[in-house]
Ligand binder design. Sequence first.
Ligand code: SIN
Length: 540
Amino acid sequence: MSGQPTVCWEASADLVVVGSGVAGLTAALEALELGLRVLLVTKDVADAGSTRWAQGGIAVVLEDGHEPGDTVDRHVADTLAATGGLAEPDAVARILADGPSAVSDLRHRGAVFDAAGDGLALAREGGHSAFRVVHAGGDATGAEVERALLAAAGGVGVPMLTGHVAIDVVRAGGDRGPVVGLRVLDGAGRLGQLRAPSVLVATGGYGQLFDSTTNPDTATGDGVALAMRAGALGADLEFVQFHPTVLYTGAGARGRRPLVTEAVRGHGAVLVDSTGRRFMQGVHPLADLAPRDVVAAAITRRLAATATSCVYLDATAQTDFPTRFPTVFASCRAIGVDPLRDPIPVSPAAHYSCGGVLTDTEGRTGVPGLYAAGEVARTGLHGANRLASNSLLEGLVVGRRAAHAIATDRLGPRALGCALPGTVFDQVPMADRDLVQRAMSRGASIGRDGVGLAAASDAIEAGTSAGAVTSRAQVEDAALTLLAQAVLAAAGTRTETRGCHVRTDFPLTDDTHQRASLLVGLNEGQLTVRTADSARVGAA
Ligand code: SIN
């Protein structure tokens, strides 16, 4: 950081957690219980991330409450069927098997789910062959998860620095050795140095790469950028999932748009076009409840065929809509739509980053001491298209597993006491967020092609200049710029259509040559893309 202030303050811990969503809070709580000194840093107020916006719920086959005949094996099979041939069967089985106990821990920490009779109410969403999604407040599951975890963290006194943005992970030995800490900027722009042998990034995804998204404006890919700059690999970055049913709030609407949860379709609503015609029948055996990539692509084709900007979700038969989906109901009413009488206007928008920092199912990256969990990470659970409501589950499971891995790895005493080496965060390329969003939305949405991807890359490169990072806005712009180029590089390399990566110039799936993850690295400022035979950490 040329021209940066010198370090103004310091702190130390056994583990620094970056991010205060479901994965970060779960990891921090678990690590504290395991006896680690934990410090959590988050760039905004604690509940400003994506977790609180999650609606549908948590997909899980609970021992004490599931649809008759449903099993974890069926959940595994549904996940593998939805993920475009790129999910890792071992990772899927391991993570989903831990789901029931992770949800049970969450309930012990205070989360309350909607009940039906003696048990929990179960919903169904796209790609699921059973009712297995537990929810809270009807369609406010993420808000309840975030509330409960923050209350639990407050209750046991997890030290938390809000308004602190991470700028670089520090490694010993000329940036080749293990992690020795993390540098952050505080709210006053002062540089702080957190000495710790373990850093867990849990910063969420990069939906803000696009000008229309369900994600809050904090979702700028900071953790992926942080980890890649520290030497970790990104994987499956090209698989940006577009949620099919996001409330259409008018032409040119930018920023976060309200979600209309898939559970609305699970509850019986159907998609129709501007003429009132259903169009999902015949597209997939599950019709309106097909996996998300299938529905989003079908809507995109329908919009093109009818030269319209939105399709409609007809839920007018659902007389319980206001109580079953209070969040969606309020969003609709705010734009003058009454779901009891009017079909709801919807169109796809960027929703979830299926890829991220390459980790194992314990959150370990390839860099000793650096861990990742939640949407920021690529564990192998989501492949080319995440199954609905597997994301909160992954945050709970892998957050917990990562805490145990960190306690087991016990990287503690080695790093403490030594001076943190000089910064590597110098002259960072960054472009303006608006420019990046417009370029990515034009060239890298659903229905990409080689020409559009190259044009997006050129536009971003032309708008990029290098500079020191002295504010949160610059951290975010730099992260978005790196992520945009990484996504474009991977999307340009993948000359096929698979999952949520839809290429109009390569409309077929090429299982013979391309059924493998792409790994993206950053070496001396240059992005590299290569195919992994196996994308497991260690094999990379
Ligand atoms: C939804 O409620 O439709 C979104 C849930 C998810 O993204 O898994």
